[in-house]
Write a new protein. Structure first.
Length: 115
């Protein structure tokens, strides 16, 4: 069963938030590493040479992205964050690996002080 993004706090790439309503809990970084087998990568390469799309590489790329975002959301949920902002995604390809690094700022809604 695939996990859903609705299981945790809302996330967004905007670096802006209402400083009067939220406190920063911290900055979290997660890394997802997916490998592509040699034989499948060769097959994908041949397909790309002849004008086809590499569905294997696209799927691996999207799986790594989704895993990293879900892990960030899970960390935010565990830390009781109400919102994650300023999400930045970095992608690297090294040898037969796709590496996704996702960083976001976790925010907690301020409690209203009673007079």
């Amino acid at each position: 069963m695939k996990k859903s993004f609705s299981a945790g706090p809302p996330m967004g790439s905007t670096p802006f938030y209402d400083t009067q309503s939220y406190d920063i809990i911290g900055i979290e970084t997660v890394v997802a590493v997916h490998s592509v087998s040699t034989f499948r990568a060769i097959g994908a390469g041949f397909g790309a040479i002849f004008g086809g799309r590499s569905e294997l590489l696209e799927k691996t790329f999207m799986d790594a992205r989704e895993q990293a975002l879900l892990e960030l959301q899970e960390k935010a949920r565990r830390d009781k964050a109400d919102l994650v902002v300023g999400i930045e995604v970095e992608v690297q390809e090294q040898a037969r690996f796709i590496i996704f690094t996702v960083t976001g700022t976790l925010l907690k809604k301020k409690t209203k002080k009673r007079k």
